[in-house]
Ligand binder design. Structure first.
Ligand code: FAD
Length: 511
């Protein structure tokens, strides 16, 4: 058995094995609880979606000092060559309110924003190494790097590094871990939740605990639920991450009366390599990202543009543009670039796993695109090129206001005429990242029932928490949210378990 767990009584059982679960387990352990973490996947696939990330984490910082506190490996020279700017609480609140169309739950959003900096410092204390994300979130202009878009910090070795560091900390601090441990139900009676039923390596066991934390993801890997809750066509989306997040935690919590909360028909979804594997594949997934669309144009098979590619920085549009691709004919779109912006394309555009055509003229490109309406495509490019306001200088570090004026589908920034050969076009479809609908929790992380009463002994964290993200998502908030609410629910669950134990002790003493 790939586990150091036994079935003995635990104070806290954590369901899931990604960032939120690990932060919850570590936090509960810090409170002195005896903790068991149950990860559905085998050890080789542990870490859920968290393992697939770039490790980018949105965090409040006032300037270089805060960055250096999180990333002490930065050299003086690197700092001298970098403009980190700042990302204040106010900036984070503004982004959350604007991006969620003012739907985000005020109390939960406040916890996310105000605890982000302290939580990342706590993670650093757990052995997570951070660095500014120079490769992804900064452009070099006149010899200096300038960060844009509020997501400056990343885990040094990305998602795999994050997951490895947290598992290492869990093992070191004596947290019991079971892999291939598929939790299928909660043990529940009038006193609340007192354990779980888990199939561990094929054998179903009942595991008792003083409190249970659900941190086992959304339902993004469940095609039937996607069609049911997100809508028609979503069953066909590619899954960017783990195949294990099939909504089990939501199912078992709803079964005992937990309250659904948040944007159940909403999700995070991006433009994704057209012929990507059905689920994430750690070796290939990083190559499937197609996030450089702000520097080109995107057309559908009718040959028409359908999004404002430069509406905002990539961090504020990419999570909703997957939806737009899903709703195009054949669920396909093409990102088109000319040679002027080629150097700005992210590294994955230059890997083997790209569906790409190149051509030396627009007419030749139109032929290569095959399924795209040739005449309309050429008309779209011609009209776009004519509409670009060439008097405004191009600058990828700021919203440069270089528009294409007067088009039916607007273009707000970084408009570059598609005119300098060779031309390149990349085929994309929709990749779903995670779902927004979840459970309603208190500000202490405890799950509420449909009567708005806390369910004793049940806590939630990570993707399972509803009410934070609606419609869209400020890039790099998912890991921060998982860490903040994981840490919070771990602490609360440990304290709850302790008080439950004390109550039982008192009852026994009086008997
Ligand atoms: C390709 C990709 C890139 C991303 N990049 C970023 C990024 O750079 N920054 C960022 O902030 N966010 C990013 N995200 C989003 C981020 O991954 C999620 O927001 C975050 O990881 C969610 O953490 P979590 O712990 O809630 O879920 P997960 O990390 O998905 O963990 C859920 C865990 O639950 C387990 N599980 C599921 N069902 C059961 C069950 N029945 N019993 C036991 N265990 C179960 C799973 O195996 C898994 O270990 C990215 C996502 C993807 C897919």
């Amino acid at each position: 058995m790939q586990t150091n767990a036994n079935t003995g009584g635990y104070d806290v059982i954590v369901v899931g094995g990604g960032n939120a679960a690990l932060c919850a387990a570590l936090s509960a352990r810090q409170e002195g609880a005896k903790v068991l973490l149950l990860e559905r996947s085998p050890i080789e696939e542990r870490g859920g979606n968290s393992a697939y990330t770039d490790g980018l984490m949105r965090v409040v910082y006032e300037g270089e000092d805060d960055i250096r506190t999180l990333a002490p490996d930065l050299t003086d020279e690197e700092c001298a060559n970098t403009d980190f700017g700042s990302y204040t609480e106010e900036n984070f609140f503004d982004d959350m309110f604007r991006i969620t169309q003012f739907r985000t739950d005020g109390d939960l959003c406040e916890i996310l924003v105000r605890q982000s900096r302290d939580t990342l410092r706590w993670m650093k204390g757990q052995g997570v190494r951070f660095m500014p994300s120079y490769g992804r979130q900064a452009f070099r202009v006149e010899g200096r790097f300038k960060f844009w878009g509020g997501a400056t910090i990343a885990v040094a070795e990305g998602g795999p590094g994050l997951v490895d560091a947290l598992y290492r900390a869990a093992e070191t601090t004596g947290i019991a871990i079971a892999y291939d441990a598929w939790v299928q139900d909660l043990v529940h009676d009038d006193s609340g939740v007192t354990g779980v039923l888990a199939k561990i390596e094929g054998v179903t066991r009942r595991l008792d605990a003083g409190a249970v934390i659900l941190a086992c993801g959304g339902f993004e890997a469940n095609a039937a639920w996607r069609a049911r809750y997100l809508g028609p066509g979503w069953d066909l989306a590619k899954v960017r991450g783990t195949k294990y997040n099939t909504g089990d935690g939501l199912t078992m919590a709803l079964r005992i009366g937990a309250q659904p909360y948040g944007h159940w028909s909403g999700c995070h979804a991006t433009a994704w390599e057209r012929y990507a594997s059905e689920f994430g594949d750690p070796a290939l997934t990083p190559q499937y990202q197609r996030h450089s669309y702000p520097f080109g144009i995107v057309v559908n098979c009718e040959g028409s543009r359908f999004i404002d590619e430069g509406a905002d920085f990539r961090n504020y549009t990419y999570a909703k543009y997957g939806h737009m691709v899903l709703h195009q004919p054949a669920q396909v779109a093409w990102q088109v670039f000319d040679s002027k912006t080629k150097h700005l394309l992210r590294d994955e555009y230059r890997t083997r796993h790209v569906s790409k055509v190149t051509a030396n003229s627009l007419e030749e490109l139109a032929e290569q695109l095959g399924e795209v309406n040739r005449d309309q495509f050429l008309k779209t490019v011609r009209e776009f090129n004519q509409a670009v306001d060439r008097d405004v200088p191009f600058n990828p570090n700021i919203k440069d206001g270089r528009k294409a004026v007067g088009l039916a589908v607007p273009r707000s920034n970084w408009a570059n005429p598609i005119e300098a050969p060779p031309f390149e076009a990349y085929a994309v479809t929709c990749g779903v990242t995670f779902t927004f609908g979840g459970l309603r929790i208190t500000t202490e992380g405890q799950v509420l029932d449909t009567g708005h009463r806390p369910i004793r002994g049940l806590f939630a964290a990570g993707e399972m928490v509803g009410g934070i993200f609606y419609f869209n998502y400020p890039g790099a908030s998912g890991l921060t949210s998982g860490a903040v609410f994981g840490r919070l629910s771990g602490r609360s669950a440990a304290r709850f378990a302790e008080s439950r134990r004390a109550t039982m002790r008192n009852a026994l003493a009086q008997a």
